[in-house]
Design a protein around this ligand. Structure first.
Ligand SMILES: Cc1cc2nc3c(=O)[nH]c(=O)nc-3n(C[C@H](O)[C@H](O)[C@H](O)COP(=O)(O)O)c2cc1C
Length: 358
């Protein structure tokens, strides 16, 4: 309430990236302060046994995580556990430094409760970020998202090597690594959702004990998913994050006039609608073989529960936190506990895929 009615109206008058950079700066400044962290924990933290589960051998206190993109350069890993997240995905990190696209490159679309993103994979680069993380201990499970450096001169085998570099760098730091194969802003227009390119990358990674997820785009076709499923049969992929930002500009409430001067892809409920369809598709098609993390447009416990009952074991947010502040994490988790009780489930695990019988 406090954020929504007092803070947000002020923040939303300021350029979106400036506000975001400011939030990161503040968070970074206070991330070593015990008092601030205790204060945050007191306000935002929530736990309930019903939300706890073990996923791929790792314990999650609750199913709601931070999605990639909010903390691209991995500066706030000490803050996210205190505000109640069950896990965090940091990045996407690219092998080389990249300043990203020209500013402005993120815009709010309030009519759609969405963000238009045209960052262009801005990243401090793997080496610098590795230095930031290498000596830290993490309170909640950590996913590192890696993507290809946004440089049109890095193509073909070089782009495979580029991904591989970041993968190797963070292999021993993260609990899980996401290969972000869906970033729509990589410059040369190629995507690792292309099965041939994906296979090259997975071959290069070869044998690893690291649990790997693939993050796919909500713009992807079911046929393309089938091709990916065929490729990954031979490799040790554990799951999918579904999904990334939506490129298609259909079904937006924002008008042409609202969108003037913007480019990029959108987050929020429009992206979430298609992602939900794809969660259902992948869960059914693979008979629940792969772990699914549902992402896109999750603002309420009902949204989260819908993804879980469709087959997602975990869920992630970015946009609802920008629109509603960190209290949305507790709101969703508390609401989930109520929904589980309503449906007479003792634990979140029992609800996974319940509406998508296989
Ligand atoms: C500002 C911004 C930056 C993002 N950057 C990344 C990124 O670097 N890597 C990635 O995999 N997804 C990125 N995303 C996509 C989110 O992780 C998420 O998939 C998408 O926003 C849908 O979830 P939401 O509706 O909860 O925001 C970004 C999203 C936003 C809003």
């Amino acid at each position: 309430m406090f954020y929504k009615y007092l803070i947000r109206p002020i923040l939303f008058k300021i350029d979106a990236e400036k506000v975001h950079d400011f939030a990161i700066k503040i968070g970074e400044t206070y991330s070593n302060s015990k008092i601030i962290k205790l204060f945050l924990r007191k306000i935002y933290y929530y736990e309930n046994k019903k939300l706890e589960q073990e996923v791929l051998g790792i314990k999650f206190n609750n199913p709601l995580g931070l999605a990639a993109g909010f903390d691209k350069n991995c500066k706030l890993s000490k803050i996210f556990p205190e505000i109640g997240f069950g896990f965090m995905e940091l990045g996407s990190i690219t092998a080389k430094y990249c300043g990203g696209n020209k500013k402005p490159r993120i815009w709010r679309l309030p009519k759609d409760k969405a963000i238009m993103v045209h960052y262009g994979l801005a990243s401090d680069g793997a080496d610098k970020i590795y230095g930031r993380l290498k000596d830290l201990k993490f309170k909640i499970p950590l996913i590192i998202s890696v993507a290809k450096t946004n440089d049109i001169n890095i193509k073909g085998d070089d782009s495979v090597n580029d991904y591989y570099y970041s993968f190797k760098k963070f292999e021993n730091i993260a609990d899980f690594i996401t290969l972000n194969i869906s970033c729509p802003n990589t410059g040369d227009g190629r995507s690792f959702q292309d099965p041939t390119l994906l296979e090259k990358l997975l071959k290069k990674i070869g044998k690893t004990n690291k649990k790997i997820f693939l993050k796919i785009s909500p713009d992807i076709t079911e046929k393309n998913i089938d091709e990916i499923l065929l490729v990954i049969k031979k490799y040790n992929i554990k799951g999918f994050i579904i999904g990334n930002l939506l490129k298609k500009r259909e079904n937006l409430k924002s008008t042409e006039e609202d969108l003037k001067g913007m480019s990029g892809s959108v987050s929020g409920p429009v992206a979430g609608k298609r992602s939900l369809e794809l969660i259902k598709y992948v869960y059914k098609k693979t008979k629940g073989k792969y772990l699914i993390i549902g992402c896109g447009g999750i603002f309420t416990a009902k949204d989260a529960y819908e993804r879980i009952k469709a087959g997602a074991s975990l869920i992630q947010i970015v946009t609802s936190m920008i629109y509603e502040g960190p209290s949305v994490i507790k709101k969703i988790n508390k609401g989930l506990v109520k929904l589980l009780a309503r449906d007479k489930y003792d634990n979140i695990k029992e609800a996974i895929g319940a509406d998508n019988i296989i």
